[in-house]
Design a protein around this ligand. Structure first.
Ligand code: UD1
Ligand code: CA
Length: 455
């Protein structure tokens, strides 16, 4: 059986009050449409068609990598009209699944159930029971409980408005039948639109039964129409992810204050995340890692037994096992730390490698540098890697000791076991095993008098 999934995504989303088309707004840093796409990608033998329209250029630019057929709906004349744009590309024997690009949390299991309900004699419809169904199309059933039609809120009678079973808009039907019904749609209704929902009544009159199923939770079928709903679904999604992580052996001190905006490639056990941790992009985190409060980690690999103290920002970095980072450390892209490295407060590292056991504990900038093993870099050390035009590398060999408040003017090499005296500005290579320092000789003025204030 082949499936054609049609994702309706042409609408404007006026209530977002945004320059950005609604489906490009994000949940967990992923566009709404991408959520729907990623879920439907998991269906076997599935071809995805996306009906787009509003903000066409921006949508295409942002999501052109999706493996889908893109069909432009130039004017948004209704959900039925949107599906009509794809009709020419639907094979008779396909099962056609219709999804909305602004309903991001729909579950694969729900969709699979829907598809399983489609056959020669039935159309599958996802409905939802709502306390307050305002705005939703209502599911009208006969005395035997069979669905007879969907009536839109604006076309509904006072009695129909009392119906609490709403149309999610999500349905599945056989290709040949759906195409036949699409051909017969008209826009004689309160909104002058071509309603996809009108196919229900047509199906019934063709002797096709409407089989309904419901999602496990209402959140699954909620659409995003404004930023309040967007934030609600963000929290729902984050809560789900947090639960999955906890089930896999991660302690989240407060799952409501944890955000995963991406994926975790390798996840160890006994990871502890304090509050306000953000994991973004694709990270790997080893066993027994502790991540302190207010820490943002992006596209990084964290080894076993690493401790990251509060308020660190880590991006595109590798942290070897047993290392300790922070508090208040910033690891910028291409930082590679070997095992048992200590990076302390107010230290920034960029495009540098630091070998085993080295320590950079306070107030330093290390950029474009190769740091050997067992190196100790004193407080306030700065690699001067940039002359305003070009960047140069600093090499600090194994066992070197860099005194506090030192500037290493690159390109420069500090030899093995070299010691640099505090307060030095090093502009030439410093030989191994020796003390190098550049410091004005200290003098004391014996007969100096401190000025005295006259009043
Ligand atoms: C639709 C359903 C309604 C259901 C509700 C659930 C119809 C006629 N009504 O109503 O029964 O309860 O969804 O939210 O189907 N879209 C297009 N092109 C268009 C119009 C819409 O691509 O011309 C897309 C929108 O971008 C959106 C989806 O279709 O993703 C639904 O459109 P929307 O305008 O929100 O439908 P409703 O009128 O709310
Ligand atoms: Ca809607």
């Amino acid at each position: 059986m082949n499936i054609t999934t049609i994702i309706l995504a042409a609408g404007k989303g006026t209530r977002m009050r945004s320059e950005l088309p609604k489906i490009l707004h994000k949940i967990a840093n992923r566009p709404l449409l991408q959520h729907v796409y990623d879920m439907s990608r998991q269906l076997a033998n599935n071809t995805i068609k996306i009906v787009y329209g509003h903000g066409a250029e921006l949508v295409m630019d942002t999501l052109k990598n999706l493996e889908a057929g893109w069909i432009e709906q130039k004017q948004q004349l209704g959900t039925g009209h949107a599906v009509q744009q794809v009709a020419g590309q639907i094979a008779d024997t396909d099962t056609v699944l219709i999804l909305y690009g602004d309903v991001p949390l729909l579950k694969l299991a729900t969709v699979k159930q829907l598809i399983a309900n489609v056959n020669d004699e039935s159309l599958a419809l996802l409905t939802v029971h709502l306390e307050n169904p305002t705005g939703y199309g209502r599911i009208v059933r006969d005395s035997a409980g069979q669905v007879t039609k969907i009536v839109e809120e604006k076309d509904a009678s006072a009695i129909e408005k009392l119906i609490k079973e709403g149309n999610t808009g999500i349905m599945a039907a056989q290709g040949d039948k759906l195409k036949r019904w699409l051909n017969r749609l008209n826009n004689n209704n309160a909104q002058g639109e071509f309603y996809l929902t009108d196919v229900i009544e047509m199906a019934v009159s063709d002797g096709v039964a409407i089989v309904t199923n419901q999602p496990e939770t209402i959140d699954e079928v909620l659409g995003v129409n404004n930023r309040i709903q967007l934030s609600h679904l963000e929290r729902v999604y984050q809560q789900e992810q947090a639960c999955q992580l906890m089930e896999q052996g991660v302690t989240l001190i407060d799952p409501a204050r944890f955000d995963l905006r991406g994926s975790i490639e390798k996840l160890g056990i006994d990871i502890v995340c304090d509050i306000n941790v953000i994991l973004e992009g694709n990270n790997s985190i080893g066993n027994n890692v502790k991540i302190g409060a207010n820490t943002h980690i992006k596209n990084s690999i964290i080894g076993d037994n690493v401790e990251i103290l509060a308020n660190c920002v880590i991006e595109n970095s590798v942290i070897g096992q047993g290392s300790r980072i922070g508090p208040f450390a910033r690891l910028r892209p291409e930082t590679v730390l070997a095992e048992v490295v200590h990076i302390g407060n107010f230290v920034e590292i960029k495009k540098s490698s630091v070998a085993t056991g080295s320590k950079i504990n306070h107030l330093s900038y290390i950029g474009d540098t190769t740091v050997g093993a067992q190196v100790n870099i004193g407080a306030g050390t700065i690699t001067c890697n940039y002359d305003g035009v070009n960047k140069f590398r600093t090499i600090i060999e194994d066992g070197a000791f860099i005194g506090s408040d030192t500037q290493l003017v690159a390109p420069v090499t500090i030899g093995k076991n070299a010691t640099i005296g505090a307060g030095s500005t090093i502009t030439k290579d410093s030989p191994e095993n020796q003390l190098t320092l550049s410091r004005v000789k200290q003098v004391s003025i014996t007969d100096w008098q401190r000025p005295v204030k006259q009043d």
